[in-house]
Design a protein around this ligand. Sequence first.
Ligand code: SAM
Length: 342
Amino acid sequence: MNTYFSTFIPGFSQIIQDSLPQILEDVTVTLNLDGLIVYQTSSNPEKVKDLRFFNNTYILLNKFEKPDHNPIERMIYLVLQSPNLEAQISEYTQNKTKGFRVVISKENQNIRVKNDILIRLEERIQKIRGLSVNKSKASLELWFLSRDEGHGFFGIRITKPTIEDKKVEAGELKPELSHLLCLLSEPDRSDIFLDPFCGHGAIPLERASFFPYKQILTGDMDPKTIDRFRLKTKKFTKKIVTGRWDATNLHSFDDESITKIVTDPPWGFYTGKHLNLPVFYTKMLTEFSRVLKKDGITVILVAQKQIFETALKSVPSLLLVSRSDILVSGKKAAAYKIKKSN
Ligand SMILES: C[S@@+](CC[C@H](N)C(=O)[O-])C[C@H]1O[C@@H](n2cnc3c(N)ncnc32)[C@H](O)[C@@H]1O
């Protein structure tokens, strides 16, 4: 049984807490903060490492309750006092691991700390099986995380560095967000799934790669976007159907033919031409209501919440289930989970 802490997009605490026991064995959640969860599981660390909805996951070595006014220094000091440090690091480090670095994150910002106790800590770690400090290319990362509500954590990162692993194109959603949007829609193997504003295809590709489905339907208004997306779908053995359409008029779909719609419509900020969002959202939601089966679910990522919620009220067959307020690339947004009632 290992204890881990994982970071995730703030706003999704509930869906993560609900999903963990369905994926991992013997899960006990000991702390669920907005954006960070601490849990124990008997699952293999490789399985934990591969969880798609987390930004990063760490083996928990120490947890600090409300470290005082200088939390980083206090945490490093307490770790230095620990007689188990060498044993803990050796347990989770492979023999071939050589370069390591200590990373310090204060309220979600990585910071540099130059002081004697950090140097003393690095010197002590260097005595473990030939480990040496390598700030640019470390295969072992030891993280101190301090959060503004007063919790502090020290652990070994088991996920890969974000930049190597998760390169996305401009406007493309990150895989962890696409994964969470798919999860919110309660994926099922019988799903006829639609993303009518697919763009680079982050959502349908995540759905096709990591969840079961009967059929995936995707499309966009922009022909170049569709051509690029079609190339990415070739590797899938189960066909992903792609079309060009205006998502406010999905006449190629019958009434009540779709079980799930998960999508990221234009945000209305960057379009060259003016987009009348109240009209656009109302037409889109009316069309979603028409094509969704009864009890079908749609999850929609929206930045202009007030306009969207007004539009939603004008389509009585669609009922709001939940709203998760999040930040996407620093911009306020919300993931709406909506159910078709009749
Ligand atoms: C916010 S982007 C989607 C980004 C996508 N989730 C991704 O990760 O790449 C919105 C997409 O909707 C498309 N679009 C805009 N208006 C549309 C409409 N009326 N019907 C269908 N697609 C539309 C745009 O071409 C753009 O690709």
